[in-house]
Ligand binder design. Sequence first.
Ligand SMILES: O=C(CO)[C@H](O)[C@H](O)COP(=O)(O)O
Ligand SMILES: [Fe+2]
Length: 236
Amino acid sequence: MVKPIVAPSILASDFANLGCECHKVINAGADWLHIDVMDGHFVPNITLGQPIVASLRKAVPRVNDTESTKPKAFFDCHMMVEEPEKWVADFVKCGADQFTFHYEATKDPLGLVKLIKSHGIKAACAIKPGTPVDVLYELGPHLDMALVMTVEPGFGGQKFMVEMMPKVEALRAKFPNMNIQVDGGLGKETIPHAAKAGANVIVAGTSVFTAADPADVISFMKGQVSENLAAKGLLD
Ligand SMILES: O=C(CO)[C@H](O)[C@H](O)COP(=O)(O)O
Ligand SMILES: [Fe+2]
């Protein structure tokens, strides 16, 4: 059983007003914040690192912080970096709740999952469009989430690759209770494909942050995911 989760990608936000932008989407119904970390090596782009995540953590406390009245969120860190092992401790320290590494970036995926979990946060693994889904079959039982990229990682605002949906279907068939995330080009037009395939964690940058009514986009996507999970008997 899984829940519908919408995770706006802060890459599409106005970084000069990052805290307010995040409060805006949380108040509009976002469950997680998706934080795209790019190193200019694993992907041809550089985005943000630990100082920004640490600052954002002060503006957006952890979900279990009962003291603060500020809007809270789960920090879903998508690590598009080489040698992801090097960054686990730093990202735990600056406030990550989940560390998603790329299968293509490590020689020891299971060792990395164990390292991430040893720090007390969630471990997830992403695959690029050219990577076959079966690389995740052995790792799946150890993961908190699998991420099927629906664009080539590196940039926001790209076109959704519907041809990735068989990967999502295959994962959902094998792992009915696992969080399965899709990332890239998701919005009101493309969500029906991802929801039908069985994805339950929806990353959406451009479609949420540029919307006149972000709450409408978020609730539409959650509704589509809920309907499809319910039809499969998997809605928590
Ligand atoms: O990982 C990513 C790119 O590598 C981003 O999370 C993704 O592109 C989301 O942005 P958008 O919804 O605008 O496509
Ligand atoms: Fe991402």
